[in-house]
Design a protein around this ligand. Structure first.
Ligand SMILES: CC(C)(COP(=O)([O-])OP(=O)([O-])OC[C@H]1O[C@@H](n2cnc3c(N)ncnc32)[C@H](O)[C@@H]1OP(=O)([O-])[O-])[C@@H](O)C(=O)NCCC(=O)NCCSC(=O)C[C@@](C)(O)CC(=O)[O-]
Length: 312
């Protein structure tokens, strides 16, 4: 197979990883963790969201967090926003990019954003104009695209209509999100293949949750369909509090290790990520889920003293 030699990983732990943790992390600790992540080689980090503070109390200090980060020119800071109000707050705080929050189904959309999918999209119109005036890059997302915990499979016609409306808004960069881990590689290939054929002008990325242990297999299926841009979260923290049974994102350590083992470069220093992951795992053991934090890297095994002894 002729495979791309590199992929982009966006770190989303400070937003998705933290948003549903019951213990409130201090602003200082968030800043410290983001500063550490900024030194790992990521080109983009989703640092927070500008949603209603009552919806996600953990991220109500979004502006203070952004204010405290040691910025680097080579790391773009992205925030999730649901609406114009969120964008205004994000611009004020100085983000480089925003990702729009949107659900494929009305049920999840009502639960997450208090309006149906296409009503939420209507509110994106003034947002896009405002973002253009401030030179903020806007990307879209489609949650529960591979299966909704309320409605099950999402018809391709509905996905297609959402993509069309994103194009009408001038948004060509869309994150396909498996919010509650309902995807499988066959489904990923089918859905990604179909929408890519319908809308070749769109650029898709993937945001995968490892709820049922399928996330890396799904990432590889997406990769085989041409996707080279993935979100992940250190220590596998994460989950949408407005979707039942949602749990951790694919762990950054696992996706970086997995792709690099296949000869695909990420540009990220995995050892540094593992150190951050270990600290988070110690602090949030119940919410962490990372194979590499448990088992170590494959390359560590070659150095294991017992093996060396046996070889002689
Ligand atoms: C969307 C809303 C705001 C609608 O909430 P609403 O109550 O319908 O909002 P509204 O438009 O009716 O406004 C009511 C009040 O909220 C204020 N307001 C309105 N917007 C904002 C804002 N952005 N920031 C701060 N305040 C805001 C607004 O100014 C107004 O204030 P008032 O006039 O009454 O004083 C709310 O439902 C919300 O914040 N939802 C966010 C839920 C959330 O964060 N979910 C988790 C993230 S999504 C996710 O994890 C999935 C993802 C992205 O990772 C991908 C995947 O895995 O699927």
């Amino acid at each position: 197979m002729n495979i791309p030699k590199e992929i982009i990983i966006t770190e989303v732990c400070p937003r998705d990883g933290f948003q549903s943790l019951p213990e409130i992390i201090s602003t200082e600790d968030k800043i410290e963790i983001i500063n550490q992540l900024m030194n790992c080689g990521y080109s983009q980090i989703e640092v927070t969201s500008f949603v209603h503070p009552k919806a996600i109390p953990q991220l109500k200090d979004a502006s203070e967090v952004l204010n405290g980060i040691n910025r680097r020119k080579d790391v773009k800071l992205r925030a999730l926003v649901p609406n114009l109000k969120g964008l205004e707050r994000a611009i004020e705080a100085g983000v480089d990019k925003v990702k729009l929050m949107l659900s494929a189904t009305d049920s999840h959309s009502l639960s997450n954003a208090n309006r149906k999918t296409f009503d939420a999209m209507k509110e994106f119109e003034p947002l896009v104009t405002r973002a253009q005036h401030s030179s903020i890059i806007v990307s879209g997302s489609i949650s529960v695209i591979f299966g909704c915990p309320y409605e099950g499979d999402v018809p391709i016609e509905r996905i297609s209509e959402i993509c069309k409306r994103y194009i009408d808004l001038g948004i060509y960069d869309i994150s396909l999100a498996d919010t509650t881990g309902m995807a499988n590689p066959v489904k990923v290939k089918r859905i990604v293949g179909q929408i890519r054929d319908l809308y070749p002008e769109l650029k898709f990325s993937m945001h995968l949750h490892n709820t049922r242990g399928m996330a890396f297999a799904n990432a590889v299926a997406g990769f085989e369909e041409g996707i080279t841009d993935f979100d992940s979260s250190v220590a596998g923290l994460g989950g949408c509090p407005y979707a039942p049974n949602a749990s951790g994102n694919i762990a950054s350590e696992d996706i970086i290790h997995g792709f690099e083992e296949m000869g695909v470069q990420t540009g990220i220093d995995l050892d540094k990520v593992i150190l951050i992951g270990k600290a988070l795992q110690e602090r949030f053991p119940v919410y962490s889920n990372s194979f590499i934090l448990k088992a170590g890297k494959c390359s560590d095994l070659h150095l294991a003293p017992k093996c060396q002894e046996k070889i002689g």
